[in-house]
Design a protein around this ligand. Structure first.
Ligand code: HEM
Length: 954
């Protein structure tokens, strides 16, 4: 069955690469009449035959021919029946309505066999997703560090996308490791520089030492010419926005107060997000909740972003004058007009707020170059540094530069361990607090001492403490095994003395610390990939897709096939100088064996052989870093509630005993809260509570009114929701509609396109959406369109003509300023989403590309995922989610026999007080009191022993 599935999937993807020309997409129509089950069966089978006869979509040669998530009507019918055809006319992707891609109502009943259509549906969805990934790899990589010209023109006869090294990724002369990697000559990392993750991230790719290291520029996923649209530097951007947008227009605070504020049924009980005295349970801040995702998941992603990227440098932005952040104007008859004091008061915004500017790395005019008659920018008009390592290396825990590492405290009794203190009466260790001698910004004083201390919250305190404990658990287990078996081979090797077997008793504290860091980083990446993301995107295609990314489609089920595919991927496609093989074929086939460990299973692996050590990575022609667009889609502030429903793990877990304002757990108050109440109580509280849906009108009130000590402004306050918009504009992120076109998604032609067409016309939800559409129109406005103005070259109209200012509406008609909608506003307004998606499809497509690349590019997840670096115990620990053999979950959640998930294991191991509660939990990010019900149910229903939990009261 598994093999049939894989063959079906890979077969269709391979055809995409080699097959005949693309079948033209034809849309269904809303008026298709309802068929009887028998007619439906016949129509579907016919459609499948036509779909196969029509050949498969080809990855196109040019960007304007991308498939945009839309298949032919026959394909849609074959994979999803009439329901898939019915909504093909919307801008949203088709796979969401294939058989089996939703909850149990998406499973076929009453005709055909259940398995056949379901297999077609899920394999079809995965095929669409792989097409998207191949297209994204081909069309969305724009490196800002100087390599873009060679990406387009190639070097020495090798196509740019198949290049594997770049001079721009060499260490500069002032690097202390310059000589060690080869100085002026060919640079190659070796010796101690390749044994573990380095502090500033150099030498992950041993042939491109500088890649992903601290301070390298953020890349882009969109054409450079489309960045900084408000500068209107091209005719297209001029035509697209018509002089209507700039840093403060439309007004960010107006947008925040009108479109982001959470409405409150009882404002007094919420008290602007500050709750009531003594953490009274009578406090209440309404928010829209996601029934299948908990607050632990919200803080998890903040914890992750602190590993991946930061525009700020050690908690501060650029020195110099502060800038305004709005609360100044609104549109009146499409003309920006000052807000009156009365309007300001009603809105609740603050015109005297100000904020520091982002550090700019390079704002000199970018050079231009020509390839095949086209002129291109060599980088974006401005670039910004990622002041973190871009690698998934747990740098928020272990450090990313000389300052941050000074806050990482090691245990003087055993320097392989993190320093943890005991805090009676609680069990287990807690991170120490920053000392006066530690480097820290004033606002961090009193917090736990960690590498990345900014915007500290109770959730961050939770995860930092948890993974410091997990680090020590690994060290303890290693020490225990070493005591029992001191002369056994640890697995570690030193490239300077490669033939020497390092026995358990010889492993130094530093070697063990570094191996533990590798293990923790890989464990975190695994949790994120197969536990967090499968709950964020709670449906079967994504369960399969994410597990395929990690373990391969075959999982552990068929090691020979998996190995054969791995060899094919790494040794054939990975080494190829043929662009198509090195990129698209590689991506498609890697879903067979999985990305983790790609290239690590070679015969006679030699730690001194650079091909063995580095052979599994693939950057697809562009050095790895995160794009600015990735930061945009991680502006997930609505996830956070205003109040935490606090519970006591030692008493009745069903009882909410206090409502603690999140702002009361900010900065050093988080540390006090952790140390006075204990990690188990916070785990239970955050695990039981639902997080906020990513939608409009759902930002936490406290974040709109937060006070930040670093702000030298009349108010000292800032609206983070408004700031999210200001920062994106500062960083030159294209506005929503062009953003979608750039990522190969269908454009919108008016604000009305946001409305979820699957909802009944008279439903309350649809009416509410229509009200929001009216607000969008009021804020962003309308204009009389001019069809002579072409606005993009990323896509064409279905008839092949250029897309113009009228977006298909008659010339001279009044059209929505849909082109001006900020990207964050746009993705929050996406009411139409695939089943179980806590994020929108626009955000998702950004993840497809960058989440895969973050694994593909990192040798410690691919060819260096080996005992020589991790120890034997380390590799097993990552594969089995802890010491000993893999533990299997009882039952078959959503039809899968699966191991006990990795975060669940980490929690039970390090906070054993939570074990009784977790026994009922399958995925640690699903609200712990919820009954998961049948196939991907989103129902908010208590499990049998949680019926008294007031969170389930209507
Ligand atoms: C207690 C909760 C939180 C607080 C107090 C908070 C506060 C902040 C602040 C003050 C900034 C810096 C703004 C600037 O000057 O540019 C920021 C940025 C950001 N926050 Fe949050 N945040 C919280 C939760 C979250 C969560 C749950 C996420 C989810 C991923 C998140 C994602 C981001 C991102 C992506 C940025 C931009 C970072 C960058 O530009 O490098 N935050 N937040």
């Amino acid at each position: 069955m598994k093999n049939a599935f894989l063959i079906l999937l890979l077969g269709s993807v391979v055809s995409a690469l080699a097959g005949p020309a693309a079948a033209q997409v034809t849309s269904g129509s809303p008026g298709d009449k309802k068929l009887s089950p028998k007619q439906e069966e016949a129509a579907e089978l016919k459609a499948c035959v036509q779909h196969l006869a029509g050949g498969f979509l080809k990855v196109p040669d040019t960007r304007e021919l991308r498939f945009q998530g839309k298949v032919t009507t026959q394909t849609a019918r074959c994979r999803g029946g009439q329901q898939a055809v019915e909504f093909q006319f919307t801008p949203w992707v088709d796979w969401a309505r294939y058989w089996g891609a939703g909850d149990s109502s998406s499973l076929p009943v009453g005709f055909l066999s259940v398995k056949g259509p379901q297999l077609r549906g899920i394999a079809g969805a995965l095929t669409d997703l792989e097409y998207q990934r191949m297209e994204l790899i081909k069309f969305n990589l724009f490196d800002n560090s100087g390599t873009y010209q060679t990406y387009l023109s190639g070097r020495g006869g090798v196509g740019g996308a198949a290049l594997k090294t770049w001079p721009e990724m060499r260490l500069p002369k002032d690097s202390p490791d310059y000589d060690a990697v080869g100085g002026d000559g060919e640079q190659l990392c070796k010796g101690d520089l390749i044994r573990a993750r380095t502090l500033n991230g150099i030498c992950n790719d041993i042939r491109n030492p500088r890649m992903g290291s601290t301070g390298m520029p953020f890349m882009r996923n969109v054409e450079f010419e489309t960045t900084f649209p408000d500068l209107e530097q091209t005719t297209l951007t001029k035509n697209r926005h018509g002089g209507r947008i700039n840093l403060l227009t439309p007004d960010p605070q107006l947008i925040s107060r009108k479109l982001f504020t959470r409405p409150q049924s009882s404002p007094a009980a919420c008290n602007s997000g500050f709750g009531l005295p003594n953490n009274s349970v009578d406090a209440n801040c309404d928010y829209e909740k996601a029934p299948f995702f908990n607050v632990l998941a919200a803080y998890w992603i903040q914890f992750m972003t602190h590993d991946w990227f930061s525009h700020m440098d050690d908690g501060h932005n650029a020195p110099g004058p502060m800038m305004d952040v709005g609360c100044k104007s609104k549109l009146v008859n499409n003309v920006p007009t000052p807000l009156t004091p009365d309007e300001i008061q009603k809105l609740g915004c603050r015109p005297n707020d100000a904020v520091d500017k982002t550090y700019v790395l390079n704002d000199s005019p970018p050079e231009q170059f020509s390839v095949s008659g086209h002129t291109y920018l060599s980088r974006a008009p401005k670039t910004y540094a990622n002041n973190n390592t871009a690698w998934w290396d747990a740098s928020q825990l272990y450090g990313y530069d000389e300052t941050s590492v000074k806050r990482v405290k090691r245990d003087p009794q055993d320097s392989a361990k993190m320093l943890l203190e005991s805090i009676p009466p609680f069990a287990g260790g807690y991170l120490p607090v920053l000392q006066p001698s530690d480097p820290a910004q004033p606002q961090w004083r009193g917090q736990e001492s960690v590498a990345f201390p900014d915007n500290w919250s109770i959730g961050l305190s939770f995860y930092h403490n948890l993974f410091a404990r997990e680090h020590n658990s690994f060290v303890d287990e290693f020490r225990g095994q070493a005591a029992q078996n001191p002369t056994a081979d640890s697995g570690l090797r030193n490239p300077s003395v490669p033939s020497h077997v390092i026995r358990n008793q010889e492993v130094t504290p530093d070697e063990l610390f570094n191996a533990a860091r590798l293990v923790i980083a890989a464990e975190i990446a695994k949790i994120h990939t197969i536990e967090w993301t499968t709950q964020l995107l709670y449906d079967e295609p994504l369960y399969k897709g994410m597990n395929a990314n990690w373990n391969g489609l075959l999982g552990a089920g068929d090691p020979e096939v998996s190995q054969a595919l791995s060899d094919l991927v790494v040794h054939n496609f990975g080494k190829s100088e043929d662009v198509k093989k090195a990129t698209q074929w590689y991506s498609a086939f890697a879903s067979g064996p999985g990305i983790i460990g790609l290239g690590s299973n070679v015969d006679h692996y030699e730690i001194t052989n650079s091909n063995d050590v580095n052979g599994g990575v693939n950057h697809f022609g562009a050095p790895f870093n995160f794009p600015e667009e990735f930061v945009t889609v991680y502006r997930l502030h609505p996830l956070v509630p205003d109040l935490i429903e606090y519970r006591d793990a030692g008493k009745d877990p069903n009882k909410i005993v206090e409502k603690v304002a999140v702002i009361q757990t900010f900065e050093n108050k988080a540390t006090d809260a952790m140390r006075s109440r204990g990690i188990a109580n916070w785990g239970l509280s955050l695990g039981r509570q639902r997080l906020g849906l990513l939608t409009l009108h759902n930002h936490p009130q406290f974040l709109q009114n937060i006070r930040l000590p670093r702000l030298d402004s009349p108010t000292g306050q800032i609206d983070i929701a408004a700031l999210d918009l200001v920062r994106d504009r500062e960083h030159g992120v294209p506005r929503f509609n062009e953003f979608r076109r750039q990522y190969g998604l269908k454009q919108l032609t008016s604000y009305d396109d946001f409305v979820d067409q699957t909802l009944p016309a008279d439903s309350a939800a649809r009416k509410q959406q229509m009200e929001t559409i009216a607000q969008l129109r009021e804020i962003y406005g309308t204009h009389v369109c001019d069809s002579a103005k072409v606005i993009t070259d990323a896509q064409l109209n279905p008839d092949g003509t250029p897309i113009n200012d009228c977006l298909g509406h008659p010339n001279g008609s009044v059209v929505d300023n849909i082109e001006d909608v900020d990207t964050v506003v746009g993705w929050l307004a996406e009411y139409t989403r695939p089943h179980g998606f806590a994020i929108s499809e626009t955000q998702f497509v950004v993840f497809i590309l960058n989440a895969s690349r973050r694994l593909y590019s990192d040798r410690f997840f691919t060819s260096s995922f080996r005992p020589e670096f991790y120890t034997n115990l380390g590799v097993d620990w990552v594969n089995h989610n802890g010491p000993g053999p893999e533990m299997m979950e009882t039952g078959t959640p959503n039809g899968h026999r699966q191991p006990v998930a990795p975060l669940k294991r980490v929690l039970m191991r390090n906070i054993p007080e939570l074990t009784p509660e977790l026994q009922h939990v399958i995925n640690a990010f699903d609200p712990w009191g919820r009954d998961r019900g049948q196939y991907y149910s989103l129902e908010w229903k208590p499990r049998p022993d949680a019926t008294s939990d007031s969170a389930f009261k209507p």
